[in-house]
Design a protein. Sequence first.
Length: 228
Amino acid sequence: MKKTINKTQIVKRTMLTVTDLHVREAGEGEQSRTIVGYAILFDTPSAPLWQDEDGEAREVIAPEAITKDVLDGCDIKMTMFHDRQLILARSRNGQGTLSYTVDEKGVAFEFEAPNTVDGDKALELVKRGDISGCSFMFTTRYYDDACVERSAKTVNGYTTIIYRVKAVTGVYDFTLAADPAYPDTSVEAREFVTELKKDGEPEQTVQDEKYREQVSEMRQAASRVISF
């Protein structure tokens, strides 16, 4: 017995943005702690969701997918190394220590590195150029064509698939990242990629679904709620 995944199912994703991070220049005799960069780039292919000898798949965020109104309705944490305990700044419904703007290029951000061990670490790593990009966590209805559009092109037997994200349901964090890593390094991402590789609408057995639910409940129970 098989059960089809609901096309309106919300999928949580993390997407890396390779961008120039830097510390804003300060006046003479002053030391700036303002870190600026782009968390999201529009119309820019992501690192491969998967890649083999036959082809690859990438994601692209459409400009209409993420607007200031969408961001202003979210609780966005600025973190480091995908660790939600390492909070550097935060925006709750458009207010807080993390600020952002949306332009034709994407979503730019800036924040003052806090006077903490983590803030000092982030500041130094950005100054040295050791941190080379950002990633952001978002949710969308991945199997709903109104939210994500799939296209494919084959050249000399090599197929490139593009998943164009046209609408998101939420943005949850911006993260300073050291390396542009393939997104299939986590269990959740590997499961997600496996579903995408299947032809047609994804399917899974009831037993597999129950297993996923159990794993999800275990992860939620182990996670700590961040509040301040």
